[in-house]
Design a protein around this ligand. Structure first.
Ligand code: HEC
Length: 158
């Protein structure tokens, strides 16, 4: 378990997390996998045809560009995808397209702090899915997304 800053605010979350799935001492990748599985269970509850996380669909979603509409549909902005900030290789560090700030890699293989906190992950999914797709992502999309990130293990050679 990761005992870092903001422990206090995470106290309740951790208690809740522990109740849902046990976080082992060597969490990271296993925890991310469990979170993907959890989203998959939610997805199956609403879509019985859903057969489980698809890394292929997750990759497609990650790179899919959506046109941004600023204000009204007649003034389209630029096309952005998750990859616009997180780069085409989620094992690499990303760069925010507006602020230029560096974003640590999304792949749990490259960044062990990823997908450890359900609350953080939910917050980021809601924010970024709304920014890019215009609505929150479905549990199915979230499961696929994490499944895809788990397949990206190697940072690009610089
Ligand atoms: C405009 C830039 C930008 C775009 C586009 C973007 N993200 Fe992000 N993303 C960020 C930033 C900034 C962070 C948080 C910084 C950090 O945690 O290092 C982040 C973090 C995340 C996290 C957090 C993972 C965790 O462990 O907490 C998830 C999940 C995520 N993004 C999903 C998405 C998805 C899904 C899309 C596409 C639908 C997307 N992002 C597109 C900038 C972006």
């Amino acid at each position: 378990m990761q005992l870092s800053h903001s422990m206090k605010s995470r106290h309740y979350l951790l208690a809740a997390l522990l109740a849902v799935f046990s976080v082992s001492a060597s969490a990271d990748v296993a925890t991310a996998q469990k979170l993907a599985d959890k989203y998959a269970v939610m997805a199956k509850a609403t879509d019985h045809a859903y057969t489980g996380p698809s890394a292929e669909d997750g990759k497609e979603f990650f790179n899919r560009e959506v046109i941004q509409f600023k204000g009204d549909v007649n003034t389209p902005g630029k096309a952005i995808a998750c990859a616009s900030c997180h780069t085409a290789n989620p094992a690499d560090a990303g760069k925010h397209i507006v602020t230029g700030k560096q974003i640590k890699p999304l792949s749990p293989h490259a960044n062990k702090k990823r997908f450890q906190s359900t609350r953080e992950v939910e917050k980021n999914f809601t924010k970024h899915c709304n920014e890019v797709v215009g609505s929150d992502c479905s549990p199915q999309e979230k499961a696929n997304y994490i499944a895809y990130l788990l397949t990206e293990k190697t940072p690009s050679k610089k």
